[in-house]
Design a binder for this molecule. Structure first.
Ligand SMILES: Cc1cc2nc3c(=O)[nH]c(=O)nc-3n(C[C@H](O)[C@H](O)[C@H](O)COP(=O)(O)O)c2cc1C
Length: 433
């Protein structure tokens, strides 16, 4: 069986699956139960000056019966005393010496405050610390969290303070509420960070109660913007992870990937795009600690199927497969194909292609079904029909070889001899239906 153990910034972990700093890592008892379930590491719920939370703190977006596609929260850092947390960190580390215990920290922006708390958590036995420069609500209004992470100079300065106080590795947790994530990761590295973790939550309002007209989550007669996470944010986080992994200015900076991870496939995608460990919050809030069992088994089987002896062989293999649009082959051609045996005749592909894409599907009513077919010459291979089709495997995209040669936009002069550039379909065709 493939070896899942990893080392990130000098910290060993039996597997890449960590809990993110959040309610699932609020107490020592929870983290102990998580380690018993199989989690390799945990980032302790952010410690600092204990706060008061509001009643009602979460709201979510459900899509077609899938609950919590996106989760929003207005929760702050820990509301438990530092003393209690330090005792529990020491106890967890004593009982689970082989698991990674990282402690997330957020204090006011002065070197003494950072120095004091870093020494305390190190003494308790933390394997590493994570600087929370990411929370987008509440703490940012007090000059902490995203208020630091959104300004590269502050990120660099506070990282420098933390690194000069710490003897254990320092992770910097980045906010996605920024134009270019690389400005933040470069600033963290400049400040001496040993690794970055991303993403923290995305600014959001999930909805409005149409009776009371108060946005959610409701606190009395008001609400506040919160932080969005869960499956909905994974694509945004994956992109940011890949940007940092590909950035020559932060080459080699280890990454702990976070955002919408619920399965081994999600984790494998993060690792392929450059992450060494992955962190999970929403999926555990939804389904509990035991989801890690399937993640461990699934990732092991996947590595075995790829002939890889270690998860480390997987890391970063997809980073070089992300390129600028200008370097894509504009002569690569695929066309949609409908498997008539699988088609249920709903006509959705026809409607979406007709109104929302390229008018490349013909249709005719046949009893209570809609018979559909691809108009090969009009099809631009955009994928939309295969994305909307409700039947798995009914519409597939198939490559066409017209003898065309590979050509990128950079190479394209606009004056290619006939045959050099695959002739584009012309729009405005009159189609059947
Ligand atoms: C209720 C809640 C509380 C959170 N508290 C913290 C926190 O104290 N410190 C922190 O760094 N991130 C905090 N986060 C953010 C998560 O650690 C994580 O970055 C984010 O939820 C994305 O991961 P996910 O999609 O798996 O939930 C919190 C998230 C939620 C939902």
């Amino acid at each position: 069986m493939a070896d899942l153990s990893v080392n990130i910034a000098g910290i060993d972990s039996p597997n890449p699956f960590w809990l993110a700093s959040a309610p699932p890592t609020n107490t020592g008892d929870q983290i102990a139960r998580a380690f018993d379930a199989g989690w390799g590491g945990a980032v302790w719920k952010t410690l600092g000056e204990p706060i008061e939370n509001t009643y009602s703190r979460y709201s979510s977006v459900d899509i077609n019966g899938q609950r919590m596609m996106g989760l929003n929260n207005i929760e702050l850092i820990t509301d438990r005393t530092l003393e209690d947390n330090l005792i529990e960190i020491a106890e967890v580390k004593r009982r689970y010496p082989d698991n990674a215990v990282i402690v997330s920290l957020m204090v006011e922006s002065n070197p003494e405050a950072w120095d004091t708390i870093i020494k305390q958590v190190e003494q308790a036995g933390a394997d590493g610390i994570e600087l929370n420069f990411g929370c987008p609500h509440g703490m940012s209004e007090r000059g902490m969290g995203a208020a630091v992470g959104q300004v590269p100079e502050y990120t660099c300065d506070i990282t420098t303070w933390a690194v000069s106080s710490a003897t254990v590795p320092v992770f910097v947790k980045l906010t996605p509420n920024i134009t270019d994530i690389r400005a933040a990761s470069r600033a963290a590295l400049k400040g001496g960070a040993d690794a970055v973790s991303l993403i923290n939550t995305i600014n959001s309002i999930t909805g409005v109660d149409l009776d009371t007209m108060v946005p959610r989550p409701v606190v009395g007669d008001k609400s506040s913007h919160g932080g969005y996470c869960g499956p909905a944010v994974k694509p945004i986080a994956l992109h940011m992870v890949s940007q940092i992994a590909a950035d020559p200015e932060t080459d080699g900076l280890p990454i702990s990937g976070i955002g919408g991870i619920a399965t081994w496939q999600d984790a494998a995608e993060y690792i392929l795009l450059g992450a060494t460990t992955v962190q999970v919050c929403t999926a555990v809030m939804h389904y509990g600690y035991r989801i890690v069992e399937g993640m461990i088994e699934g990732l092991s089987n996947y590595l075995d199927s790829k002939g890889m002896a270690s998860v480390n062989e997987l890391r970063g293999l997809s980073v070089g497969k992300v390129t600028d649009w200008a370097h894509l082959d504009i002569n690569y051609v695929i066309k949609a194909n409908i498997d008539q045996d699988k088609c249920i005749g709903c006509g959705l592909c026809y409607i979406s292609c007709q109104d929302g894409a390229h008018q490349a599907i013909g249709a005719e009513r046949s009893g209570d079904r809609t018979r559909v077919w691809i108009i090969e010459d009009a099809c631009v291979g955009c994928n939309l029909c295969s994305l909307v089709c409700p039947v798995q495997g009914c519409i597939t995209m198939q490559e066409r070889d017209y003898g065309q040669t590979h050509m990128t936009w950079v190479e394209y002069t606009g004056d290619e001899p006939p045959g050099e550039l695959y002739p584009r379909p012309k729009h405005g065709l009159t189609i059947g239906g």
